[in-house]
Design a protein around this ligand. Structure first.
Ligand code: SF4
Length: 213
């Protein structure tokens, strides 16, 4: 077990990269348009739920242009089982209109322009860029936040500050680490009842309520 912080961080990075190098998002998408919609819908909603909703949505509105001209009520009804569906329906239609008007119908692939779109904040932009383009970025969702804190990689109170801490620690492989932290948090280091008995980073964990092996 390494003792210096730097050595600990390196070992955590190596373990996650080895394990999750080929991991992929569980959101189902075929192109940039679909992943952008999936990520917007996934805020405070499960990937499983989003994957149930999107096939009908994408069948009826297969691209930015069709979504820009969609009826709000229709989109609301197609995504009604998603959390915050009223706001999300407005956001995705407005986003599509902005892409048509401001970007000639092409979804921009840089952080600044993505974040100018309705419903797209820092986390959503980062997830799209790291998933779709493999960019060296972290995005801090509820799983990444929890795992980062339990592994003592950050003590920050907000997602934004946690992202800064992670970026200081990890200079490369951020997209793989993001994916790894999400899946590790979803299936092993769960919010309630973490599976500490199978945990492969048990010795690094500083969580006060971690279970004995
Ligand atoms: S020991 Fe338990 S709480 Fe700690 S990181 Fe592993 S699963 Fe999470």
């Amino acid at each position: 077990m390494p003792t210096s912080k730097k050595a600990i961080y390196k070992q955590i990075e190596d373990i996650f990269v080895e394990r999750y190098r080929n991991a992929q998002t569980e959101l189902r998408y075929k192109n940039l348009y679909e992943i952008l919609i999936c990520v917007i819908l996934s805020a405070q909603c499960t990937d499983k739920r989003v994957n149930m909703i999107t096939p009908a949505l994408f069948e009826k509105y297969p691209d930015i242009n069709s979504l820009a001209n969609a009826s709000l009520d229709d989109v609301k009804s197609l995504i009604s089982s998603c959390s915050f569906f009223n706001n999300k329906a407005k956001n995705i239609i407005n986003m599509a209109k902005q892409v048509m008007n401001d970007f000639n119908g092409n979804i921009p692939l840089n952080s600044k322009d993505l974040k100018s779109l309705s419903g797209v904040g820092q986390k959503t932009a980062n997830v799209v860029l790291l998933e779709y383009c493999g960019e060296n970025l972290m995005a801090v969702d509820t799983h990444v936040f929890r795992v980062s804190h339990r592994l003592n990689l950050s003590k920050a109170k907000s997602a934004e500050e946690t992202e800064k801490d992670l970026n200081k620690i990890f200079k490369k492989n951020r997209n793989i680490l993001h994916q790894g932290f999400v899946l590790f948090g979803r299936y092993i280091c769960k919010s309630i009842n973490p599976q500490c008995y199978t945990c492969f980073v048990y010795d690094f964990c500083k969580y006060e309520n971690k279970l004995q092996k």
